[in-house]
Design a protein. Structure first.
Lengths: 348, 381
């Protein structure tokens, strides 16, 4: 699988691994839990947040098997709840208090946490789980400033990170898998980390021995998570069959025809703009295109004639009208547009 | 002086309406004024309303007339929208209004300026109220053509068609009302294709004239597919900018007013329970901006259509006035296009403009619709 140049979000060349994982303050990865009076678990990936909390709870129970876990929902928090939960109990067992969904908390929860961070109870562990965003920033800043450990739960966007995640799960289950099998699994269910984790768990439970490509194929055969951009890539490359197969996959996994057409339109627009740059009338900077977008488009343009571009863009516009009510069958409309694009490429 | 002074070039329609206002036997309870945009539908509707309220049948000077024309008469309700459609809630409240007896004037007049901007469900709400209103209520609906309203509404109304007023009459109005230079006024009236409001703006605002010329020039500049896509992007950007400039100030004022009404301080973070109200306002504003952007784009396409119409006139050597004949730059564009293409190509391009306008109306992404259009306009061998 190539780098996703078309997404526009992650220019691959400029983003290195160290840059994205650079620890700030006392930050560490989600899988390195450590106990402290206050621990912050933050990041957009829900599954990793849950695992980080589980790791903390396991660590606390290792220290004291009678540790009591108390969960507080920040969204439904009333003033003083934290004080009640964090105070030592009658029988003196250790406590771990987990404040969940701190990204959508009440004003009270931030005020209470701010006060608590200033003078935490050393016997108790308070875990603040924050899903990202600006809400509660003052409280977050206070926790960071207090040198409390921070477990980062960043979203895994790169396939290499996902592969690492899969092999970690496999290692924990004392299982091995062929690299091709891991890749096939990520291609099939890699878009959602929770789904990926569930797939790994299923393979671990249902099969024995080394997990090979054959096993993955048996469970997730033929399933490909296609996006509009992948469909557009295949169509622009002139691969009609591949493009239609990807389109069917995308539709079967819940993609809507309207954004699919928008992806096609965006792709054709970039091609036409880069064709104009070649014509010499404008520069890439004036058009707001990145260098890598221009490079990729120039490579694709080798297969295109102006007439082909005109036919393709006209077909996409027609498809957009049809998916928005001018035609009877939106799926047919997109498919026709994809085929027209693929056939409009010049054969050499 | 009468209330009909502002209704230009519509002698036949004015005659019908005037007779109805003066004679109860020619009167009916529901009217449908139809005519192309800018032909003065809403002006005619207001003039008719004034004539109905006035004791002398539309003197244009009495209190009844002046307040009705200004839209402040208590017995006049005007429904218009600056969004894409009129909402069903607004229309429901009209039914209650229609049932009330007039307080000052002779009639309760309800003018629906954009009757074509109602979806079917909304229109159905009105059926009963339009069919049998109380004796003193008069409905005046305005739409571009009778086909734009449902047959069930059409059959309940008396239709009065307005024609496209002659450019000379529009120019005369522009000169009279705005004191514009007669040649500029005539050029503006022609360029606006007798759209009264647009003609006034073109005559008053040199920048508006410049923008129009720029749109026409786009047609000449498109040499290939790349240019076409860039030109389409430019047209859409201009439309966006124009929509933003005409709405942003009003948006900010409305927002400030809402914040004051809610008792929230500007600049401070908004309490969560007030957010939904602000969001609702923002959504309304967004709808307004969408409508405005579409209107601007549609206007550009009508301008382009007039250009190709002139090109066709020139290619066929027909003996009719050119729409873009009075501005030397525009005329040069017409000449060069006429020399470069065949009449068949011109007709095909005009068809493409029609298709693009239809697509824009049916919610196709504006940029994509314009790109397809611009590609169809490029020179083809």
């Amino acid at each position: 699988m190539g780098t996703s140049w078309h997404s526009g979000r992650v220019p691959p060349a400029t983003r290195s691994r160290t840059a994205s994982r650079k620890p700030t303050g006392n930050a560490r990865s989600w899988d390195e839990p450590t106990l402290a009076p206050v621990v912050l678990v933050r990041g957009p990936e829900g599954l990793l947040r849950e695992r980080a909390v589980d790791g903390l709870v396991a660590l606390a129970r290792e220290r004291d098997p009678n540790t009591e876990k108390v969960e507080l929902d920040a969204a439904a928090y009333g003033a003083g709840n934290l004080q009640v939960a964090a105070s030592p109990s009658l029988f003196g067992e250790a406590k771990i208090v987990v404040v969940t969904a701190a990204e959508a908390g009440t004003d009270d929860v931030y005020a209470d946490l701010l006060a608590y961070v200033a003078a935490p109870d050393p016997e108790t562990t308070v875990v603040v789980v924050h899903g990202g965003g600006q809400r509660g920033k003052k409280m977050l800043d206070a926790i960071v400033a207090s040198k409390a450990p921070i477990l980062q739960c960043d979203a895994l966007t790169r396939d290499a990170d996902k592969a690492e995640f899969v092999s970690r799960d496999l290692r924990a289950a004392k299982r091995r898998a062929e690299p091709e099998a891991v890749r096939a699994l990520i291609d099939a269910v890699g878009a959602d980390l929770r789904e990926l984790a569930a797939a790994v768990a299923q393979l671990v439970n249902d099969t024995t021995g080394t997990i090979g490509v054959g096993v993955v194929d048996r469970y997730y055969a033929g399933r490909v998570e296609a996006t509009g951009f992948k469909v557009a890539d295949a169509a622009v490359a002139g691969d009609a069959g591949g493009a239609v197969a990807l389109l069917r996959h995308a539709l079967a996994t819940g993609a809507d025809p309207v954004p699919l057409v928008a992806a096609l339109a965006m792709r054709m627009r970039t091609l036409a703009k880069v064709a104009a740059i070649r014509g010499g009338s404008v520069t890439a900077r004036e058009l707001g295109l990145q260098d890598w977008q221009v490079r990729n488009a120039q490579r694709d343009l080798a297969r295109w004639t102006p007439e082909g571009l005109a036919t393709a863009i006209t077909a996409v516009a027609q498809a957009d009208a049809e998916v928005k009510g001018a035609g009877r069958d939106p799926v047919y409309a997109v498919e026709k547009a994809v085929l027209t694009i693929a056939q409009a490429t010049a054969r050499r | 002086m009468t209330v009909w002074d502002e209704v230009v070039g519509q002698e036949a329609a004015v005659d019908v309406l005037q007779r109805a206002a003066g004679d109860t036997r020619s009167m009916t309870h529901a009217w449908l004024l139809t005519g192309p945009p800018g032909s003065g539908r809403s002006v005619a509707a207001r003039a008719f309303a004034a004539a109905l309220q006035c004791e002398q049948g539309g003197c244009g000077a009495c209190h009844q007339c002046t307040t009705t024309l200004a839209g402040t008469h208590p017995d006049l309700t005007v429904v218009a929208t600056d969004q894409v459609t009129i909402r069903i809630e607004e229309v429901r409240s009209l039914i209650g209004t229609a049932a009330r007896t007039p307080s000052l004037g002779r009639f309760r007049v309800i003018v629906v300026e954009d009757a074509d901007r109602m979806i079917e469900r909304t229109t159905n709400v009105l059926l009963k109220a339009i069919e049998e209103p109380p004796a003193h209520t008069v409905w005046v609906l305005c739409a571009p053509s009778v086909q734009d309203v449902l047959p069930t509404i059409r059959s309940r109304c008396r239709a009065v068609p307005l024609r496209v007023p002659p450019p000379e009459a529009v120019a005369e109005l522009v000169v009279r009302r705005d004191g514009a230079d007669p040649t500029v006024a005539l050029a503006a009236a022609r360029a606006a294709q007798s759209h009264v409001g647009l003609a006034r703006r073109l005559a008053r605002d040199p920048e508006a004239r410049g923008r129009r010329s720029a749109v026409l020039d786009v047609a000449r500049r498109i040499r290939g597919v790349g240019d076409a896509v860039l030109a389409a992007g430019e047209l859409v950007d201009v439309a966006k900018a124009e929509a933003a400039s005409s709405t942003s100030e009003r948006d900010a004022t409305e927002r400030a007013e809402l914040m004051r009404a809610l008792g929230a301080q500007d600049g401070a973070t908004l309490p969560p329970r007030l957010r939904s109200q602000v969001r609702q306002l923002e959504e309304d504003q967004k709808r307004r901006a969408t409508r405005r952007q579409r209107d601007v784009l549609d206007r550009s396409m009508v301008d382009l259509l007039s250009l190709y119409r002139d090109v066709l006139v020139m290619q066929l050597g027909a003996d009719v006035d050119l729409i873009n004949g009075l501005d030397p730059n525009d005329l040069a564009v017409v000449r060069s296009l006429a020399a470069d293409s065949t009449p068949e190509q011109t007709v095909r391009r005009m068809d493409a403009i029609g298709v693009a306008r239809e697509r824009l109306g049916s919610n196709v992404a504006p940029l994509l619709a314009m790109e397809a259009l611009a590609i169809a306009l490029r020179p083809q061998g």
